[in-house]
Design a protein around this ligand. Structure first.
Ligand code: ZN
Length: 209
């Protein structure tokens, strides 16, 4: 679907198979554009863009079997999306089918949607995770990826697989009591001793739904 519209994809096949690691890169031109527009103004509203030119490449770099498809997505060009009712914490927008979406998480914290209550920084500033709404939207749209800009030069790609039931390999490693120390904040203690790291290099990048 994307390949037909974009004309730039490396191949017409979709990234598929034993998917392991997905990486995303915002290339020079869109990155410079987004860097310039980044502001610490506490009264800004969310901005949104449609990705009009992107590609992906599939690589086989895992050293353990089975061979898995690692995918690198590259964003070459974006355009501003028509936004309805943008607030400091949300933006209603819809890119045409086949154009992945990029939106900005502003560096401010607000009380609800009133822009006048926003302050620079604060508890929720620089949040680089997709919200529940962001994840529900990407699943509904069937996009391969979407992007959040959460700091001047920081971009977080997210994928439909970030939402939904845990993949079977994650579930089985959990029942083996192999806890991933990366999921624990300093305030949390693993109730069992940490086991060896998972042998699947792809599982470390998966996020609990
Ligand atoms: Zn968001």
């Amino acid at each position: 679907m994307a390949a037909a519209l974009m004309g730039v994809c490396a191949a017409s096949a979709r990234p598929a198979g034993a998917q392991a690691v997905r990486l995303g890169v915002v290339m020079d031109l869109p990155r410079q554009m987004l860097e310039k527009l980044w502001t610490d103004d506490e009264h800004q509203t969310e901005r949104a863009y449609c990705v009009t030119d992107w590609s992906y490449g599939v690589y086989h770099v895992s050293r353990t079997k089975p061979v898995q498809d690692d995918t690198v997505f590259r964003v070459f060009e974006i355009r501003e999306a028509e936004t309805d009712a943008a607030t400091p914490i949300s933006a209603e927008f819809q890119c045409p089918e086949g154009m992945p979406e990029l939106h900005v998480h502003t560096p401010t914290t607000c009380m609800g949607e009133d822009v006048n209550t926003c302050v620079a920084g604060g508890l929720n500033a620089f949040s680089c995770q997709p919200s529940r709404g962001d994840l529900e939207k990407i699943v509904q749209r069937h996009d391969e990826f979407a992007v959040i800009q959460c700091d001047k030069r920081a971009f977080r790609f997210y994928y439909p697989s970030d939402y939904g039931p845990a993949p079977p390999d994650y579930a089985s490693s959990k029942s083996d009591n192999r806890r991933d120390a990366g999921n624990l904040t300093p305030a949390m203690k693993a109730d069992e001793q940490l086991g060896p790291p998972p042998t699947d290099p792809g599982s470390g990048s998966r996020v609990k739904p």
